[in-house]
Design a protein around this ligand. Structure first.
Ligand SMILES: [Zn+2]
Length: 155
């Protein structure tokens, strides 16, 4: 979902982060070809980009309702011990939410693969995936090694 940049700040890693109108944050790193923002280190450059509309992946991720309880935690999976059941059309039962927590590396996470509202995310240790009940999902390792587990929540 496109969101406007309302400002910038530097995080504790000394990297620039854009503040978005939705309250989410986006790390701005000049890293071609993934992200082109050679102006990010320049005050005037940043000023000129306030109001830009950028893609906010946090806004596309389903939101887990508040007040749910953690009921189960899966074992930790990795590239060599990857759960086949999660590779295609994995859905949690009625009333059960899943939180995909990456400990290491990156994981490709698709909500409603093949569907009209299909959307893909790249999960990392700072960005967890959320599985809404009964919705199909697919998980696959992105490049390199990956370690992750799934937490299950219900009311
Ligand atoms: Zn957002």
């Amino acid at each position: 979902m496109k969101r406007a940049i309302t400002g910038f700040h530097m995080d504790r890693f000394q990297e620039w982060v854009a503040d978005l109108e939705c309250g989410h944050k986006l790390k701005m790193r000049h890293n071609p070809p993934y992200m082109e923002c050679p102006w990010i280190g320049i005050g005037k450059g940043r000023e000129e980009h306030i109001g830009d509309n950028v893609e906010c992946v946090d806004c596309d991720m389903p939101k887990m309702p508040e007040g749910l309880k953690l009921t189960e935690t899966s074992p930790t999976y990795d590239r060599n011990h990857f759960p086949d059941s999660m590779a295609t059309d994995f859905a949690t039962p009625e009333g059960v939410w899943g939180k995909v927590v990456v400990k290491e590396g990156m994981l490709q996470f698709v909500v409603e693969p093949g569907g009209n509202a299909s959307r893909g995310f790249l999960l990392d240790p700072l960005f967890a995936g959320v599985m809404a009940p009964e919705l199909p999902h697919s998980l696959s390792p992105a490049m390199g090694d990956v370690a992750f587990y799934v937490e299950y929540y219900s009311a």
